[in-house]
Write a protein that binds this ligand. Structure first.
Ligand code: CTP
Ligand code: CA
Length: 226
């Protein structure tokens, strides 16, 4: 079986992964979400488990199979994701934030189904908490923090700013314009941004990239490649 592979360079390490989209309720039957499939985050969680880590996965709603031997917490909204992350963050060796978190939530979700009325409808939205920025501000000694970013323009500039502003050790940047890369695909072409360096990777499967991301996260530690 997959997780019986050896060696186990992450044995004894605690890894927290967030994955998938968030859902912000408009009313009891509708919500605001995004195209995140959760594939990248699930691939990282499984790779970390296979390498021996104790893995917690905080997941938005996806169509993916549950992962054996991974402590998985299902959430819906950005607020629920933030609450769960806060419960687990402080004793993690590494936190990887692949989730596509809503930047805005519906200020006052309707208690009953909104009825069709006028020609236009206006929804008032309010900003959510930035979970990655919170983790960056509250980073524990020796804790590794890895962000993700999806951009449609100025990839390197935007992603570098996020890496620095959110106090990440590294940030994995991908462009939605890149062929076979992004939300629903099985492959990804990314750039690894660190405060002091930029590394362009070739196109690879999300599984292969998952191992590469973990290797990058634990670089400098006593890490043996699988
Ligand atoms: N993120 C987060 N909490 C939020 C928004 C984003 O933790 N409320 C995290 C994502 O999980 C991701 C990283 O921040 O790891 C970058 O997300 P992204 O949407 O690219 O960046 P934003 O800072 O939200 O900037 P913008 O959407 O304006 O590009
Ligand atoms: Ca955002």
């Amino acid at each position: 079986i997959e997780y019986a592979c050896s060696p186990k360079p992450l044995l004894g390490k605690k890894v927290l992964v967030t994955a998938g989209p968030t859902q912000e309720a408009i009313d009891p039957v509708r919500f605001i979400t995004n195209h995140s499939s959760g594939k990248m985050g699930y691939a990282i969680a499984k790779a970390a488990r296979n390498l021996g880590a104790d893995v917690t996965l905080i997941s938005g709603q996806t169509n993916l199979e549950p992962c054996p031997m991974i402590n998985t917490i299902q959430i819906k909204s950005a607020k629920e994701m933030f609450e769960e992350v806060k419960k687990y963050a402080s004793n993690q060796d590494c936190i990887i934030k692949t989730a596509a978190v809503a930047d805005y939530t519906v200020k006052e979700p309707a208690l009953n189904k909104i009825k069709k009325q006028g020609e236009t409808l206006t929804l008032e939205l309010s900003k959510t908490d930035d979970i990655l920025a919170y983790l960056g501000k509250n980073k524990q000694a020796n804790q590794i923090l890895c962000g993700f970013a999806m951009e449609t323009e100025n990839l390197i500039e935007n992603a570098s700013n996020k890496c620095i502003n959110k106090n990440c050790d590294l940030l994995i940047a991908n462009s939605i314009n890149e062929k076979d890369s992004g939300f629903q695909t099985d492959t990804n072409k990314v750039v690894i941004i660190r405060p002091q360096s930029i590394t362009h990777l070739e196109l690879m499967s999300k599984e292969e990239l998952a191992y590469r991301v973990l290797e990058e996260c634990f670089k400098g530690e006593d890490y043996v490649t699988h």
